[in-house]
Design a protein around this ligand. Structure first.
Ligand code: MTE
Ligand code: MO
Length: 552
């Protein structure tokens, strides 16, 4: 290997030649690796900035991340959600970035010997991103632009760094060709470290060049972020009052039981689950909802059309199928919208359809059983959440809400199309990944306070939380079991409606020591929450939450 070859160069300053040789070699490699990383960061920042201006979801990093999400097998997704929770996406993007930066370091190393090879690797990396961006269901030619910019900026930055490094070196070898292209065909001595052997002035040149590029990357990254957040500011829309309003929400146990979930979940605290890495920015004025497929009249509704229809307001608890027993993916809000059946009645659904295939603005598809969505429950196309327009993260300008069904078969955010079709004919995102097609929310209950594994004082303590049994007669009872003893009735909070969770609490005389606390719900139909453990996949978790706390 090169590292143990005898010195081919006179080493200034003497010393054991091989050690110096190795040392210089490693340093050279590190410098060129960093050049590669820096060049890629410049490219990514430029691409991200341009995509912020043009098509935010086509940012090369996001496009690759989204492609990875879509390609991740269901068990791995489940594993990631279980182990990383809502940080799963940060970790995903972080991992993608690490892989990209490692390969970029390789590109830097390649560029040292032959600039063209490094540039080719950079372009290959960006081509993967371009492919991911262009194959999104609704992608157009403009989605290629950020990738092209990324490639151009990355290659240019690497070129600048290579030129500075080689130029500096060749400056000390009068008459040698300069610049990355000229350097291409020369096999340089691996000993020659651009930094180690630099004459003071040119070494400074490399450092200044790298510093300028780093500042440039940071500035473009920050500009992209600022533009994105400016474009994502909420639209100034005043929603009309509902023709069919929800009754005033009763006073819950919020103030009585510290640590309990508030009866209504504030929008900013509402869980968010979707396949996106960005927050889509749609405009209400441009938005339309198309109804097609097995219908007599294909129709298109604008946002204003919806405002002109009869608006209903309903208190509904939503849950994600990925929520494990005792988990956080659950929230309760007041939704304002148009009855789904009012829309479907205008379109006149045919006799063949058994599913509503809803599509979001980006082509993401969710399937809902037609019979359940139209069985008299308050399914709606919602435009308001807790007295405000939908937040962008929750589907602005419009989404579907179907009480009693998990979000993945009913809660389509940023919805733009409802196609009446059959399960035999058309499949959707999660059903393609083997999740259930028919998934009613399973009755469950959760202990909010005390927290699992926490330490609390002895004496009078409240155990409290929420329980839900949508479409099964609501919650009739919640029972608590301490240290494996008998199930004892807890006190219930106010009854909002059967589609809404119910708060509960139990006053406990806590004695010092370690204790187990369990909870279960009983529905209005007399059904007792199942103790059979099931994972979220494929149709929702079941089992009893049983936690440990230490008293004293
Ligand atoms: N367009 C779109 N809608 C979507 C999803 C998605 O990935 N894309 N995720 C669904 C899932 S799995 C759930 S649980 C709910 C969550 O809605 P929330 O984020 O408003 O709580 O949205 C549903 N709607
Ligand atoms: Mo979900």
């Amino acid at each position: 290997m090169e590292g143990i070859l005898p010195c081919r160069q006179a080493i200034r300053g003497g010393g054991p030649c091989r050690t110096l040789d190795m040392f210089a070699r490693i340093r050279t490699a590190a410098v060129w690796g960093l050049f590669g990383v820096l060049a890629t960061l410049v490219g990514i920042a430029a691409g991200h900035l341009v995509s912020a201006l043009l098509v935010p979801s086509s940012s090369p990093v996001l496009a690759v991340g989204s492609a990875v999400i879509d390609a991740t097998p269901t068990p791995m997704k489940e594993w990631a959600i279980r182990n990383f929770g809502s940080k799963d996406k940060t970790i995903l993007v972080g991992s993608v970035l690490i892989v990209v930066l490692l390969l970029s370091a390789v590109a830097g190393l390649l560029a040292r010997r032959r600039f063209r090879n490094g540039a080719i690797l950079q372009v290959v990396l960006v081509a993967v991103a371009a492919y991911a961006a262009i194959t999104r269901p609704t992608a157009g030619a403009e989605d290629l632009v950020p990738s092209l910019v990324t490639a151009a900026a990355g290659v240019a930055a690497l070129g600048v760094l290579a030129r500075l490094a080689h130029g500096r070196r060749t400056a000390s070898v009068p008459g040698a060709p300069t610049g990355p292209l000229a350097a291409e065909d020369r096999l340089e001595s691996p000993v020659e470290s651009p930094v180690a052997t630099a004459a003071g002035a040119s070494r400074r040149g490399v450092l200044i060049g790298a510093g300028v590029l780093a500042v440039l990357a940071a500035a473009m990254g920050e500009a992209g972020r600022a533009i994105r957040s400016f474009r994502a500011r909420p639209e100034d829309i005043t929603l009309p009052a509902a023709a069919d309003p929800a009754p005033a929400l009763p006073v819950g146990l919020d103030d009585k039981i510290p640590g309990i979930s508030p009866l209504k979940t504030p929008n900013k605290d509402f869980y968010r689950v979707d396949t996106r890495l960005d927050t889509p920015v749609l405009s209400a004025a441009d938005w339309t909802l198309r109804i097609d497929g097995d219908v007599e009249n294909e129709l298109t509704f604008t946002f204003d059309d919806l405002l002109d229809m009869e608006l209903i307001e309903r208190d509904i608890t939503m849950t994600c199928v990925s929520n494990s027993v005792g988990g956080p993916y659950l929230g309760s809000a007041t939704w304002l919208g148009v009855r789904l059946t009012d829309l479907l009645d205008r379109a006149k659904v045919g006799t063949k359809a058994d599913q509503i295939l809803s599509t979001d603005f980006d082509g993401m598809k969710i399937s809902t059983p037609l019979d359940l969505a139209t069985d008299g429950r308050d399914a709606m196309i919602a435009i308001g959440m807790n007295g405000e327009p939908l937040p962008r993260a929750h589907g602005f300008p419009a989404r579907m809400i179907v009480p009693g069904l998990y979000g993945f078969i009913s809660g389509t955010k940023w919805v733009t199309r409802l196609t009446l079709t059959t399960y035999a004919e058309e499949t959707a995102y999660w059903t393609d990944r083997k999740w259930a097609t028919d998934a009613p929310i399973k009755m469950s209950s959760r202990i909010d306070t005390p927290r699992a594994l926490s330490q609390i004082d002895a004496g009078k303590q409240f155990i409290g939380g929420v329980a839900w049994a949508q479409q099964a007669g609501g919650i009739a009872k919640v029972q608590v079991r301490i240290d494996g003893g008998a199930w004892t009735d807890a006190t219930l909070g106010p009854d909002v409606n059967n589609d809404y969770w119910r708060q509960w609490y139990y006053e406990w005389d806590a004695k010092p020591g370690r204790h187990s606390l369990a909870v279960r719900a009983v529905s209005g139909e007399g059904e007792v929450q199942s103790a059979v453990r099931a994972d979220p996949f494929p149709s929702g978790s079941s089992g009893i939450q049983d936690i440990f706390v230490t008293v004293g």
